[in-house]
Design a protein around this ligand. Sequence first.
Ligand code: ZN
Ligand code: ZN
Length: 824
Amino acid sequence: MTSPTHPANAGDTGGYDPTAVESKWRERWRERGTNTTDLASGERPFYALMMFPYPSAEGLHVGNLFAFTGNDIYGRFHRQQGHTVFEPLGYDAFGIHSENYALKVGVHPMRLIPKNIANFRRQLERAGLMVDWGKSVDTTAPDYYRWTQWVFLQLYKRGLAYKKKAAVNWCPSCKTVLANEQVVGGACERCGTIVEQRLLEQWFFRISDYAERLLHNLDTIDWSDTTKTAQRNWIGRSEGARLRFPVAGASGAGRSTADISDITVFTTRPDTIFGATYMVLAPEHPMVDLLTTDGQRAEVQAYRDRATKQDLVSRKTTKEKTGVFTGSHAINPATGKEVPVWIADYVLMEYGTGAIMAVPGHDERDFDFATVFNLPIVRVVAAPDDTAATPLESAFTDDAAGHLVNSEQFDGLPVAEGKRAVTAWLAERGAGTPVTNYRLHDWCISRQRYWGPPIPIVYCDACGPQPVPEQDLPVVLPDIPDFRPDDSGISPLARHAEWYHVACPQCGAKARRETDVSDTFLDSAWYFLRYPSVGHDDVPFDPAITKKWLPVNSYIGGNEHAVLHLLYSRFITMVLHDMGYLHFEEPFTRFRAHGLIIREGAKMSKSRGNVVNPDAFIDQWGADSFRTYLMFLGPYEEGGDFRDAGIIGVKRFLDRLWLAATLATEEGTPDAAVVRKLHQTIAKVTSDIPKLSYNTAIAAMMEYMNTLRKGERTPHRQEVEPVVQMIAPFAPHVAEELWERFGHTVSVFDSAWPAFDAELAREDSVQLAVQVNGKLRGTLAVARAITQAEALAAALADPAIAKYVTGEVKKVIFVPGRLLNLVV
Ligand SMILES: [Zn+2]
Ligand SMILES: [Zn+2]
C-alpha cells in the first residue's frame, strides 16, 4: 500500500504523495457533496464563520490561510462531534482598496475584481477548507448589494439614517474622506499625503443611539476580553454634567446680548468648576462670530482659517498650544466670576458641545494653555495627605483619591462625592444637568467614490429626498469608464447623466440620484445573515433558515476588526432585531481573534519581499502539511514565526502516521501502555481544540506517534484509527485517504470523534513529590497503589533525598499518589 514517490519533488520525504492524495479528495468531496451543508434539515446546526477576505490582486495571503485554517479545524471538529456545520466564505470586494488599485493599474474594478476572485477561489480550493461554495457571497454582485441598499432603507425608515454637514478629514490625493483611524501623524494612512479638513454633506447612521446597549450587551457574549475592552473603550461612556455659563455683558463688543445664549459645556469633572478660570470654544463653534469683539475679529478670523486646514487627529494630539481671545467673557456659575472666552484648535466640535470650561489646575492641556497665555491656575483638588493645598507646578490629574479645596462649601469633600454634590447644587440653581456622554460618534457611511453600492435615495425639488422603493432595488452601479474621483468632493457618479437623472418615485418629476456610495463596512455589517439564505432571491434572509442558523455560533477573525466591523455588525443586527426581522440582537455568540504570523523573525511585507506564498508551499509539501504547520507555529490566538525549514518536521509526522496506518494489523490485541497513551492523547486533543490550542494538540499527537512506533513496533489498528480521526480537522485529505484504506465508506468527518475512556488513560505509576521538613527534595516515580511504608522506604533509598534526612524521622505525612513529607 505504499504510494508512488516523486524523487523530483523537493518536498519528498520518502513518505506519501500529497499531490495525488489531495487532488483525489478534492474531487471526491465535490462529487459527494461532502462540504455541502444541509441547511434545511441538518441536525444540531453549527455556524462556524470566518471573516471574509478582500480579494486583492496579489492573491491569497498566508495570513488569510492561517485565519481560515483555524476556523476550519474548529468547524470540522464540531462536525465530528455530531453537528451539522456550516462554514461559508465569500469576498468583501467593494471599497477604496480595490478602487485605488484599479486606478493604479488602469483596469476597471468591474474587470479586475472577478479576476482576483477567480484566483482566490483557485487558491482556497487547494487549501482543503470545508467551505460550502454553493453559499458564497460577493459584496459587489448586484444580487448582494441590492440587500445592502435594503438595509440602508430600513435604517432610513427607522429614522436612523440622516444627512448632515460635517467636518471630515480629506485626503487631497486619494480624494476621499478618511476616518480618524486612517489618519496617521496628520497624513493619509494609504498614501502619506497631508490630510485637510473639509465640510461635506454626508449620510450618517445613528449608532450613538445604541451606545448604551452596545456597551451593556458585551456582558452577555463570549468574546475575548481584549476585544470587549477595545469595544468598551471605543464606546467610551463617561458620566458628567452639562453646565451653562452665561455670557457676561456685551463687553463693549457693540452688539446685542439678546441673541447670545449661554455657553454650554459637557464635563466629566463638575467637581472642579471652582477652578474653571477660562473657557475655550472650537474655532468652528457657531457662537464664535457673536462672541468676537470688533477689536479681536481680524485675529480670530485668521486663526479660524488656519484651523480648518488642519486634520482632526493632529488637532487632538498636537503638543503646541495656540489660541486667540474672543474679547468676551462668561460667568462661572459657581464662583460668579467673569472668565475670558478663547478659541483654540485643541477643542473639537465633534466631542461634547464644542466648548470646554478650562480647569488648568487639573488638566494637562488646559495647564499648558494657561501657562502659554498667562491665565490663572487654581488648585481645587488636593492629594489626601496635602492639607495645605500647596500651589501647583503642573496639572494635578492623578486626583481620584483627593479632596476638594478652594471650593467654598464643598471644601474637604472627596472627589467622587464632590462630583455628585456639585452637580446637584448646580442643577438646583438651574446651571446644569447630570448627563452621560459617549465617545462613540454616529457612523458616517457616505463615500464620494465610485466603487461601492449607490445609496438608494432620490432628490426631488418638489418632494425632497425620497427613498428608492424597495421593489426598485438594486440601484445598479453603472459601468462607467471614468470612475476617477476629482477635487470637487462629489462622487464620479454625478458625471454620468443617464444614471444621475431619474424620475421622482413620489411625483414622477425630474429628480436626481444620490451620488455617494456607502462605506464597505456596511457591506460587511450584515453578510453573515446572507450566507445561509443565498439563493433566496426575494428576501435578504429567509426567516425559517435564519431562525435555524443564527446567531453565528463561532466567529474567528483578525484583531484589526475588534472595533469597527464588529461594532457595526452588532448595531445593524440590533436595528433589524428592533424592526422585527431578527429574533436575536447579538450576531456572534462567540468571537476569538487569531494572532499574526511573521517569517524567520521578521514582519512579512511586500517591500521586504518575504511574504510566504501559499501556492509554493502547497506545491512542495501539500496542503495538509502546510495547514498543520501553520497551526503548529504557536498558540492560534497569538500567532508565531514561520520558519521555512520547519514544515519538514510536520510532513515527517504525517508520513509516520501514514506508515503506521498502512502497517497496522488487526491481529492480537492492542498494547495496554500504548492504549493508555492513546487515551491521554484523546483527552488532550479533545480539550485543546475548543480552546483553539491547536499547537499543543498537534504536539500531543506527535508525542503519541513516538509511543505508538517505539522500537519500530507494528501498531494495532485500534491504536491508529483514532489518530486518523483526530488529525482529520488539521490534515483532512490524508485523513480521508487513510480512513478509506481502513475500509470505511463514509467520510471521516461523518465518523464520530474518538471516545475518551478515563479508566484506560490512568497511569499505573505516579510522580510522588518528596519533601523534607516541608521543602521539596525530589520526586519519585512509584506505583499508584504504593503504601506509606513502601513510599518511605523508596524515599530513604534515594541518596538525593536521603542526604536531607539528617536525623530520626519524627512524623510522616503521606497523600497517596501525590506527596510524601518527612519531618526530621
Ligand atoms: Zn491618501
Ligand atoms: Zn417628487
